[in-house]
Design a protein around this ligand. Structure first.
Ligand code: AMP
Ligand code: MG
Length: 421
């Protein structure tokens, strides 16, 4: 990360106004340097990893000119009139080429994917032919090049098929296999550590004494980080004690990124910001969004630091909006811009003008197309609303109450997050 840029951000640290979301995201992204290094992996192990070097094709794909149909390989010059007849001189099957040549007045039976024999330039599909002993009658005239796939039509030898920074998906594995790339160079996975803070937080599986609650944040974060494919380091639960936080931050500073939840508000037991100031530096603290206003961003030595709010919904929403793009860039890829579109809301939405607000909703098919159904209970502690939701409704800062039927912007949870431009 760039130290001076971080210091420049410190102007709106503790006491400054809350940053608009876009500015917060831009400030975070400008601080992120992708992880360095290379790992050479077998192709199948590279699924979900980020390409470190360009991959170019060692061969043409397809490697030979071949048939797109089951039928007959012909010379189009022999079939200028309907009902012409040609003599079948052989067969070309996938993996078993015909080794002769197709001469004038001749054809070769051919299967999909089989090599187009020398002399032939076109393929006529079987359904347009009739056999008459060793002759084949062709119902129609044939255009030269019909039903033929040219060598190199998909990928030409030497062509770059995938660029560095590409996150490898299922189709990419196929492309890489097709050009013969048995091993590829990928970037190391970012090492991401996280812990929960709070004297009231108890691991799931342990009994709850009065006033205690189970730790849900570490589980949602585990899920969100697993979906990203980063290396996950769960550092447990840290009590609301300055010394314990100092020590936890010290331990966490060896990672590439550190996420905490809770303890970043103005409560009497909120010590995360103080500890961050001691152990590293604070870039900014508050973001003008609901849920999620208290959100600390900074640095712990080389690690990016994100102090997320403790409320489970706030932690998830701030992760999606601010942490995820940063981790995508940290991993060496380009974050895709949010996929957002406008649909009518099925119910009225209450909202105060002044800051950006994300409400949870579900996309439903209405009479006139897609609509969004906002949930009634939008409290930032109500994690079940997040669990039922399939999108966030993104309400602009100047937006006030919304009437039923008015259009609002939604961002579905299932959306591209990698391979942006
Ligand atoms: P805080 O940001 O520490 O003030 O916490 C805000 C709210 O989120 C409080 O009600 C906390 O009890 C709750 N909370 C904090 N951390 C967690 C957690 N790991 N799991 C579930 N709830 C939490
Ligand atoms: Mg707390």
């Amino acid at each position: 990360m760039n130290e001076s840029a971080l210091k420049a951000g410190a102007g709106c640290g503790h006491d400054g106004p809350a940053l608009p979301l876009e500015q917060a995201r831009a400030r975070i992204l400008e601080q992120v340097e992708p992880v360095a290094g290379h790992e050479r992996l077998n192709l199948l192990d590279a699924l979900g990893r980020i390409l470190a070097e360009p991959v170019s094709a060692a061969i043409d794909v397809p490697n030979h000119t071949n048939s797109a149909m089951d039928g007959y390989a012909v010379r189009a010059a022999d079939l200028v009139e309907p009902d012409a007849k040609l003599r079948q001189v052989g067969e070309s099957f996938a993996g078993h080429p015909y080794d002769g040549r197709v001469g004038a007045g001749e054809c070769v039976r051919i299967m999909t994917g089989a090599v187009l024999p020398d002399g032939a330039d076109s393929v006529v599909m079987q359904e347009r032919t009739e056999r008459e002993d060793d002759l084949v009658r062709f119902q129609e005239a044939c255009k030269s090049g019909a039903n033929v796939r040219a060598a190199g039509e998909d990928v030409a030898r030497g062509q770059t098929v995938l660029e560095p920074g590409r996150r490898i998906g299922a189709a990419d594995l196929g492309v890489l296999a097709s050009v013969g790339a048995a091993e590829i160079d990928v970037l190391p996975r970012p090492r991401v550590a996280f812990f929960s803070t709070g004297d009231e937080i108890v691991p799931v599986g342990q009994p709850l004494a009065p006033g205690k609650i189970h730790d849900s944040n570490r589980h949602t974060l585990f899920g969100l980080l697993s979906e990203l494919g980063v290396e996950i380091h769960d550092l447990g639960i840290v009590p609301d004690e300055p010394e314990a936080l100092d020590e936890a931050l010290q331990r966490a500073s060896e990672f590439d990124a550190v996420l905490t939840t809770g303890g970043v508000s103005v409560g009497a037991a909120d010590y995360v910001l103080e500890a961050l100031e001691k152990a590293g530096s604070v870039g900014f603290w508050q973001v003008a969004m609901k849920p999620g206003r208290p959100l600390a961003f900074g640095r712990l030595e080389q690690a990016l630091f994100f102090g997320l709010p403790g409320n489970p919904v706030s932690a998830m929403v701030t992760f999606i909006q601010l942490v995820r793009p940063a981790l995508v860039k940290l991993a060496g890829a380009r974050p895709a811009p949010a996929l957002a579109f406008d649909v009518p809301t099925r119910h009225a939405i209450r909202k105060k003008a002044g800051r950006r607000e994300f409400q949870r909703g579900r996309l439903v098919s209405g009479e006139h197309g897609l609509e969004v159904e906002p949930f009634g209970h939008q409290g930032s502690g109500v994690l079940r609303s997040m669990s039922r939701a399939d999108c966030l409704i993104n309400l602009a800062p100047n937006q006030g109450n919304v009437e039923a039927g008015a259009r609002v912007t939604v961002e579905p949870f299932a959306q591209p997050i990698w391979n942006g431009d």
